[in-house]
Design a protein around this ligand. Structure first.
Ligand SMILES: Cc1ncc(COP(=O)(O)O)c(C=O)c1O
Length: 413
């Protein structure tokens, strides 16, 4: 029997380097908030981008019936192919194909939520040591995924004074030989902004000139308010290769069902075989998403009455309007009017407050005094803003905003 080597004569188990460089910026900041909510006031959270929390956004019965049908069929209990059932990929392709950006089942990969899609897209395009361009402010998972993979993050700015459009001049200065891809998010979390067509064309012109492939996070797709229009990025270019990601979470109001997708838009065959094969390999890591939900996609996507989307949009738009109307009257706050999705970013004019030095202190004190929770902009790399999710019922929003107004009045100079 061999004797253990001298270096292995006691227990020493460490966590991996990858696990140590993986962290969630939201938790890193929010977990340090030690302030307890005011026990005399009911807790109102405007922090979570989950439309199911209050029961006011109801999913359509077609969706529940579709999943029940699959459950009772006993035919969707096995492992689906890692890139998704062919029928699910076809259902998605048929739903989202456009004359300007055609899709077949071969261009669609079904993933475990849109998060899974982002993980695979960043994973297939970036090597350790490469850099990736991310929006600031932006959805914090992009940074988490890049850090975890040893990819350097470079932020390009979104300009609040310009409806959060991308600062394309500054973005261009970040690009070098090792820039593997740029992530753009439209409509935006956390900004609630929707990009104009010309702005998207200008962005694509920069990507084209620098031969930069794009990851387009379009999970909120056409959840946009009157006067705005959603243009899928891939429909505006014949030359720039685009991996678009989306899923059921937001528009279909079922984030817990964990089904998302990747669309491979590559009309010049620049990704060619290699990137498709790479995505295929990465899909094998976790063998794809939930079988019951993917097998229901055909019914969900093709049989849900269009009035369901309109109702969701109308409700969201009314909440966005209410939020803008009330909060723009509060001294010290400035609302950047939302154009879509379920978020509004509010700028805090720190100089107007006597004892609030930054967005984190604002958030902490608001929680401690008024039991209202929202996220500080710092978690999205955007200090001195707060992000509000306006999916709560109107009466809850009104109550929260009244408390915020009283809070601001108390701390105003
Ligand atoms: C911009 C954006 N992308 C991706 C996701 C993740 O979606 P999923 O829940 O399908 O993983 C979210 C969720 O909040 C999001 O806001």
């Amino acid at each position: 029997m061999s004797t253990p080597s001298s270096s292995r004569n006691s227990w020493k188990v460490s966590a991996s380097i990858v696990s140590k460089r993986t962290s969630n910026p939201i938790r890193a900041i929010v977990d340090h908030i030690k302030v307890k909510p005011n026990v005399n006031k009911s807790m109102i959270s405007l922090a979570l981008g989950d439309p199911t929390l209050f029961g006011n956004f109801k999913i359509h019965q077609t969706c529940t019936d579709a999943v029940a049908k699959q459950l009772h069929s006993y035919k969707s209990n096995g492992y689906p192919p890692s890139t998704g059932y062919l029928s699910a990929r076809k259902a998605v392709a048929d739903k989202f194909t456009l004359p300007e950006a055609p899709l077949t089942a071969q261009d669609v990969i079904i993933t475990s939520g849109c998060s899974g899609a982002l993980d695979m897209c960043i994973g297939v395009l970036c090597n350790e040591g490469d850099n990736i361009l991310l929006p600031r402010p932006g959805f914090s998972l992009y940074q988490t995924l890049a850090d975890s993979k040893g990819v350097e993050v470079r932020y390009y700015d979104l300009l609040p004074e310009n409806n959060w459009e991308m600062d394309l001049k500054q973005l261009e200065t970040l690009i070098d030989e090792r820039t593997a891809t740029v992530v753009m998010n439209n409509p935006s979390n956390p900004c609630g902004s929707v990009f104009r067509k010309q702005h998207l064309l200008d962005f694509l012109e920069v990507c084209d000139r620098h031969h930069l492939p794009v990851i387009a996070d379009e999970i909120y797709c056409d959840l946009v308010f009157s006067g705005n229009e959603f243009f899928p990025l891939a429909s505006l270019t014949k030359t720039v290769p685009v991996l678009s990601v989306g899923g059921l979470a937001k528009k279909y109001l079922v984030p817990g069902w964990r089904v998302g997708w990747i669309f491979i838009h590559d009309r010049q065959d620049i990704f060619a075989k290699e990137v498709r094969e790479g995505l295929n390999s990465l899909s094998q890591l976790i063998l794809g998403s939930n079988s019951l939900v993917q097998s229901s996609l055909e019914d969900i996507l093709h049989n849900t009455d269009s009035s369901f989307y309109d109702d969701t949009r109308v409700q969201l738009e009314a909440n966005a309007k209410l939020s803008t109307e009330i909060l723009s009257k509060v001294p010290g706050l400035k609302v950047i009017v939302p154009q879509g999705a379920m978020y509004v970013m509010i700028s805090i004019n720190i100089a107007e407050f006597k004892d609030i030095d930054n967005d984190i202190i604002f958030t902490e004190k608001l929680l401690g005094e008024e039991s209202v929770m929202c996220l500080p902009g710092s978690v999205f790399q955007c200090p001195n803003f707060i992000r509000i999710v306006f999916t709560s019922p109107p009466e809850v929003l009104k109550e929260a905003y009244e408390r915020m107004a009283e809070f601001c009045a108390r701390h105003h100079k």
